[in-house]
Design a binder for this molecule. Sequence first.
Ligand code: SPV
Ligand code: MG
Length: 435
Amino acid sequence: MKKNKSVYIGLSADALHHGHMKLLEKGRQFGDITVGLFTDKAIATFKRLPYLNYDQRKKIILNFKGVKKVVPQNDHDYSINLKKIRPDIMIHGDDWKLGYQSKFRRNCIKVLKSYGGKLIEVPYTKGVTSSAFVEELNQIAITPDIRRSTIKRLIQTGQLVRIIETHNPLSAIIAETTHIDKGGIKFGFDGFWSSSLTDSTSLGKPDNESVTYSQRLSMVDNIFDVTSKPLIFDGDTGGQIEHLDAKIKSMERLGISAVIFEDKTGFKQNSLFKNTSNQKQEDKIKFSNKIKVAKKAQRSNDFMVISRIESFILGKSLSDAFNRAQAYIDAGTDGIMIHSKSNTPAEIFSFSKKFKKTYPNIPLICVPSTYNQVKEKDLINEGFNIVIYANHMLRAAYPAMRKVALQILKSSRSKEANKYLYPIKEILTLIPGAK
Ligand code: SPV
Ligand code: MG
């Protein structure tokens, strides 16, 4: 074949290895290569957020021999780009014959055939995967700056960001490493929630701001020592306004991505208590001022200050919640968390409908603890950007430990509790590096 053909190759180009070089070398033999570079969103839908963002990856791949052009590959189905670009040749690894990619292969073959294009399949390079490489890279090369920026990047992909509570490094390791495969797509948690409820409970204290930020941030530091995912910090009321500057600085320095302040005042109690008669919502203007001070304090571009609206918790109306959202947005907040302790999602959906009409681009967050029947696809339909599973790791651990303690007392030995326990052999080697 003469060397003047147009060639299309789809790549993520996040962690390049010799397998990719094989594809590019093959492409060069025929002519100029256009790389369909997967966007951050496209990668995030089937794996995790790439280590490098789109523009960084584009710069690298444009410098490879034979690559003349880079176009965004927005979808997993290359056939959409093939229709537009009509390359003479498309090159792909032969691994897509099986599994969830096979339907995209069929679509591509159909489109190529329609205008006389050709598909060349290169044998898949075994023993090296970019995903494993990126995960390893994240473990050794995560910096506070990179970690901090991740929540914003995740929101920008347009996917629902899935956050789970972690109250210590072990629960965070579980949150980071637990994945399932649903039809070839990897599902896991995108990040951690540092909950005032579970941090306080782990320390045997009530959730009333008696545990200090310093105590809680040192736990976050320990969590960050052994994980790579981003974290959203439950900032309670934020405490004294004069201390906000220092608190925001400490959070940013650690690599926390966002803080959520709740619009309550006075002696703070957990919002999920049945009786809220001694809980008081902050004045709208005063809370807006708090948000302004917090936003002014931040040093980085990517840290987010999110406002949590407690109107529904305190039995107030949708219009009260919405007016507050408007005021907090005017004050510069980066997102709104609408809280509810209703046993159905109707309340938060009434808010999201109104909110997203006026503010389609302001991130909206919910915490489905009491209305836990709600499915993520419904939250997506209602325009939510982040879901926080706010207390589940600790609520799982407590009954498990209590059951074992009771069993040992009942049996006067531990043999009967064995069925509830992780084997000694496994616990010894649970943490990577243990010998
Ligand atoms: C927390 O997890 O501490 C929260 C959420 O603030 S809630 O407990 O629902 O108020
Ligand atoms: Mg809390």
